[in-house]
Design a protein around this ligand. Structure first.
Ligand code: SAM
Length: 288
């Protein structure tokens, strides 16, 4: 009896063996356009006191639908509030999420427990992402989707510079919204250390993936102490070094989510607002 989590990974569909996913042609066509936009829905966690950096359920659903079949196993190495698990439940994918913080793991498990049960199972586990291969059986995972900490961008007092006028001084102003100060938490790392940690984590995870699995990472670039920090390059470097093939860049167009922005830099220093778009980076792994 192994200590691996007991969870199914066989397809529940009768799609052709060679198909990437169960996706219909019209949604595949929509996804060919490399700029994606999402709305939040009432089940999304929008309270930053509960979790400071949540992506929309609709984003996880679009990625899961594009890259997996019903019944297959999806993982999220940095599951936070459990958004990927909720999306996996909706689409009948089995899923395991990991997070260093017990509070987030409890939240993630409670979110999926409140969904009506179906033919799939979703679980969150409290552990360091470095240890995932101790929990997941080799050669079982079809898709990994996650948003890691964006290095240490949250680990400083919030200045709300992108907000207009008095809106800057909202309840987040001056707060440090970082997940934890645990030294294993990637949110405590500067860009170089972050790249090394991502490399170690994805290298250790390789045995759990099926051939041609997709590994998708949502990340943004940052301005830290007045300098551009291109974290998407750190991610690409780390995964290529770990042996994954970089395949695609999708832009998450967030313009529908940002409003009442302040002006910064005008008229002498041109800066684009980091909050207007993020990256969704697509990698694959050949195991044969
Ligand atoms: C950007 S958040 C993920 C949010 C998630 N996508 C959601 O929608 O709720 C990143 C998460 O990584 C977790 N984390 C940081 N370092 C970790 C590590 N070494 N192992 C596992 N989780 C870690 C943090 O606790 C945080 O919840």
């Amino acid at each position: 009896m192994s200590d691996f989590i007991q969870i199914e990974n066989s397809r529940l569909c009768d799609c052709h063996k060679g198909y990437l996913s169960c996706i219909e042609a019209r949604n595949w066509m929509k996804n060919q356009i490399g700029v994606w936009e999402f709305m939040y829905e009432p089940r999304d966690v929008r309270d930053k006191n509960i979790h400071p950096a949540v992506f929309p359920i609709s984003m996880a659903k679009r990625v899961i639908e594009q890259f997996s079949h019903k019944g297959e196993l999806v993982i999220d190495p940095f599951v936070g509030s459990g958004t990927t698990l909720v999306a996996a439940h909706d689409l009948e994918r089995n899923a395991v999420g990991f997070d260093l913080k017990q509070e987030y793991v409890n939240l993630a498990n409670s979110r999926v427990a409140s969904e009506v049960s179906n033919r799939s199972k979703q679980i969150a586990v409290c552990t360091d992402a470095r240890d995932i291969s101790n929990y997941i059986a080799p050669n079982t995972v079809k898709l990994s989707f996650t948003s890691p900490p964006y290095a240490n961008i949250l680990n400083r007092q919030r200045k709300n510079k992108s907000r207009r006028g008095d809106l800057r001084y909202n309840e987040q102003f001056g707060k440090i919204e970082q997940y934890s100060q645990d030294s294993r938490d990637l949110g405590t790392r500067d860009a170089d250390d972050f790249e090394n940690a991502i490399y170690e984590i994805y290298l250790a995870m390789k045995p759990i993936f099926q051939d041609k699995a997709h590994i998708i990472i949502n990340i943004t670039d940052a301005w830290i102490d007045g300098k551009r920090v291109p974290l998407h390059i750190n991610i690409i470097n780390a995964l290529k070094k770990a042996g994954y093939e970089f395949r695609n860049t999708i832009i998450w167009d967030r313009r529908n989510l940002v409003n009442r922005i302040g002006i910064f830099g005008w008229p002498s220093s041109y800066i684009t607002m980091g909050t207007t778009f993020e990256y969704i980076l697509d990698f694959t792994l050949s195991t044969k």
